[in-house]
Design a protein around this ligand. Structure first.
Ligand code: HEC
Length: 200
């Protein structure tokens, strides 16, 4: 009980800290503001739904159950959340240390990951978002940071319950997504917004 309250607190903290950062955005063109607002809203809904579902799965059956949940339920959740967003938005997660090879970054995603890493080195904190222009739209990125509850599945391999490590390796034999510490950049959430989803 206590444990799950602590986790919930950290997750809420993670969410609210990223929301606060959004408020201090630099000067942007009107289109960029629209992209930031739509991207921010989409990212917020997705993160909140993921977090509460993950939290629910952990509560229901512990971390072992949550792994199967991540594996089988996440596509369904993504589909459900996407139905509530403007048409044509594409969502992906990308990272340099993948668990699921599907999340391997393309060139532009690598640039976004590099942007967050460099800015952190320069300023000591991660910017709230990053925007790239495409020929007919934009990519809006949010940094995904490691919070305490993430560590059970992405932390030190040696500290992980052996049966959990086995289960993860069974599903993801080439897993590289361990060894993170609280506050590390785990990856980015990418929302691709076509021009058609923006009002003139
Ligand atoms: C119960 C175990 C578990 C917990 C807790 C967990 N994850 Fe994961 N994570 C996974 C699994 C399993 C995958 C692979 C999902 C897939 O197949 O797309 C994954 C994938 C990811 C990915 C996609 C990139 C990749 O490596 O495939 C990111 C980003 C991520 N997790 C971030 C987080 C963050 C941030 C937290 C904490 C808020 C967290 N995870 C908590 C199990 C977990």
């Amino acid at each position: 009980m206590f444990r799950s309250q602590v986790s919930l607190f950290s997750l809420l903290f993670l969410l609210s800290s990223s929301l606060t950062l959004t408020a201090q955005a630099e000067t942007k063109s009107p289109t960029q503001e629209q992209v930031a607002s739509l991207g921010g809203k989409a990212a917020g809904t997705i993160l909140q739904t993921f977090m509460s579902s993950l939290q629910g799965a952990m509560k229901e059956g512990g971390v072992m159950h949550a792994v199967s949940f991540c594996n089988t339920e996440v596509p369904a959740i993504t589909k459900k959340v996407k139905a509530t967003l403007p048409q044509g938005l594409k969502v992906k997660r990308a990272t340099t240390q993948v668990r699921n090879p599907h999340n391997t970054p393309d060139e532009m995603e690598l640039k976004a990951l590099e942007f967050f890493t460099q800015e952190f080195k320069r300023t000591g904190s991660y910017p709230a978002s990053y925007i790239q222009s495409l020929q007919d739209g934009y990519r809006f990125y949010k940094p995904l940071l490691i919070a305490k509850p993430c560590l059970s599945c992405h932390g030190d391999k040696a500290a992980m319950a052996p049966e959990l490590r086995e289960l993860i390796l069974e599903k993801y034999p080439t897993d590289q997504a361990t060894g993170y510490k609280e506050g590390d950049l785990r990856g980015v959430l990418r929302i691709e917004i076509p021009q058609s989803a923006l009002t003139e």
